[in-house]
Design a protein around this ligand. Structure first.
Ligand code: DC
Length: 206
């Protein structure tokens, strides 16, 4: 079974994808880590994420096995990831690693922004996870503060609006719901409720 989980920042898609992977015994790829790792490599090389050639070179050189979680989870890495991910050549360079993962014989689950639309349009089940901007901002803020970052809720709200705008308006593979995706709005759900709702959708669909 191939499951695609898409949605904006802090919608709960990562938590849901991990829980579905555990529930259905599927390997899971959080595709945002690839874009974040490219962004970190660009920044570490002293280059500008806006520079398409530098970002493409970093994407082509990326070794997914060497991604360092601590480095890619910062707000700065996320912001730069949103910039590098708008370059079509970066998306092209990262496509085959995602599709190879998706085509494993036993199935897989991938989460990101364009899994149901571009990477695995043939997925057996597609989920599009959403939540209101305020709910997503406060989730993201708690996560960053919990990790020791000093950032205000207002700063997170404006960063989120900026990233939502960039992810949804880029020309190549913008964030959008696949026509055949089930939409799951987690605004009024806690983690357990969101996971149970996602499991119910997958079970009903297969
Ligand atoms: O899900 P995330 O916050 O880790 O993603 C970081 C950035 O990577 C996000 O702003 C958009 C980009 N991204 C993408 O364009 N396509 C994906 N499939 C996953 C992430």
């Amino acid at each position: 079974m191939l499951i695609a989980v898409d949605g904006p920042l802090a919608s709960g898609k990562g938590t849901i994808a991990r829980a579905l992977a555990a529930r259905f015994g599927l390997p899971h790829l959080d595709t945002g880590t690839l874009y974040r790792a490219v962004a970190v490599a660009v920044l570490e090389a002293g280059e500008d994420p806006v520079d398409a050639a530098a970002a493409e070179a970093a994407a082509l050189a990326l070794d997914p096995a060497k991604i360092e979680e601590a480095k890619i989870r910062t707000a700065g890495a996320g912001a730069a990831a949103s910039i590098v991910s708008a370059h079509p050549r970066v998306r092209a360079a990262l496509k085959s690693v995602q599709q190879t993962f998706a085509r494993q014989p036993g199935g897989a689950i991938l989460d990101g922004r364009d899994i149901g639309t571009v990477i695995a349009p043939d997925a057996d089940v597609k989920l599009f996870v959403t939540a209101s901007a305020d709910v997503r901002a406060s989730r993201r803020w708690s996560e960053l503060v919990g990790r020791g970052e000093t950032v205000s809720l207002d700063q997170v709200k404006s960063q989120l609006a900026e990233r939502d705008g960039r992810d949804a308006s880029r020309l190549d593979a913008p964030l959008m719901k696949a026509e055949d995706a089930f939409e799951l709005d987690t605004s009024d759900m806690d983690e357990g409720e969101a996971i149970r709702a996602a499991i119910a959708i997958v079970e009903a669909a297969r």
